[in-house]
Ligand binder design. Structure first.
Ligand code: ASP
Length: 330
């Protein structure tokens, strides 16, 4: 898409900032003096369950990290969720490989990438954070570490994934497939009663990816970032584009500059769009979504194109699924 076409989509020659939803900004401002209660937010529809789970921990006085881990583990263990944990779609060679990272309010970080046979890679990332002097383990080394730590090893390929992979192979189309149906990471952020923030991102990554390909999700700063004094952000979608703009760090740093979580997400998505424009790269198969939670419990989310949803659980209320506004119309 050329810049001129884009400007038509967003309404004539209006400046980039004119497309920011002012209603949301006003709502953010109105919330600024609100009582801070536990909050958990997560990407996509499965976030309804994972934030509800996190809320149980938060309401019992648990930490943001424990709550977030409890939440995402539900999704990792569900073989019907085809983009995370058990049942995640394989790479083009038929290996299910998982990526995850975690970060807490103190800046502790842990990450694992391209891990096979471990369902709860979020817990494995946490183990890297808590039990090693390192921040990232990959591939066979990460699997070996999992074994040493007593994580059960199992086959992550479920029959439905295998069928899909075999069908995909019939065409022998070795182009990376990137669209909004075949890759949905769970990124979850929580704020606990003590005002501590934490986040976890976990995924099987892009379906039928090249063997060895790692996306944004286990990369601290790209798929996830937490600054305990400011806020937290996480990403889903086309990982290469998120890495390019150091997406989640960008969202948090926009919050540090004073923007609300909502506007911070919008600015990060706009930057991704600008990079597409600059490279004159095709944007048609790309979806990106950011969600953010600040220290005061304010939330925000924004996507490149419509279709992204996120769940918000706040205090004693049931989690709510929110349709996220997008930069592009379709
Ligand atoms: N961000 C993930 C990746 O690129 C995939 C996704 O969120 O859908 O691996």
């Amino acid at each position: 898409m050329k810049r001129s076409d884009f400007l038509k989509i967003v309404g004539g020659g209006a400046a980039m900032t004119a497309i920011l939803p002012s209603t949301l900004r006003a709502k953010d401002a109105a919330r600024s003096n609100e009582y801070i209660e536990p909050v958990s937010i997560a990407t996509w529809r499965f976030g309804l369950e994972t934030t509800a789970e996190a809320m149980k921990v938060l309401r019992a006085g648990g930490s943001a990290l424990d709550a977030t881990e409890a939440g995402v583990k539900l999704c990792e263990a569900d073989p019907k969720e085809r983009s995370v944990g058990l049942g995640g779609r394989p790479d083009r060679d038929g290996f299910v490989t998982l990526d995850s990272c975690c970060m807490d309010h103190l800046g502790n970080i842990g990450s694992v990438a391209a891990v096979e046979n471990v369902v709860h890679v979020s817990s494995l990332a946490r183990a890297v954070m808590e039990k090693t002097p390192h921040v990232m383990l990959v591939g066979e080394g990460a699997r070996q570490f999992a074994q040493e730590m007593g994580f059960p090893l199992q086959d992550l390929m479920v029959p439905d994934s295998k069928r899909e992979w075999e069908k995909w192979r019939e065409k022998s189309d070795y182009q990376p497939i990137v669209n909004i149906e075949n890759h949905d990471t769970i990124g979850q952020l929580s704020l606990d009663e003590q005002g501590r923030l934490a986040g976890i991102c976990t995924t099987s990554g892009m379906a039928f990816k090249m063997r060895g390909r790692v996306g944004d999700s286990p990369i601290i700063g790209a798929g996830l970032y937490v600054d305990g004094a400011i806020g937290a952000a996480t990403a889903t979608g086309h990982g290469e584009e998120v890495i390019r703009v150091v997406g989640s760090y960008r969202v948090v740093s926009e919050m540090e500059r004073g923007f609300s979580p909502q506007v911070a997400c919008e600015r990060a998505v706009q930057k991704i769009y600008e990079f597409f424009e600059r490279r004159q790269a095709g944007i048609q198969d790309t979806q990106i979504g950011f969600i953010a939670l600040d220290k005061r419990g304010r939330t925000g989310a924004y996507a490149l194109r419509p279709g992204f949803q996120y769940a918000v659980a706040r205090g004693g209320e049931d989690p709510e699924l929110i349709d996220v506004q997008a930069l592009l119309k379709s």
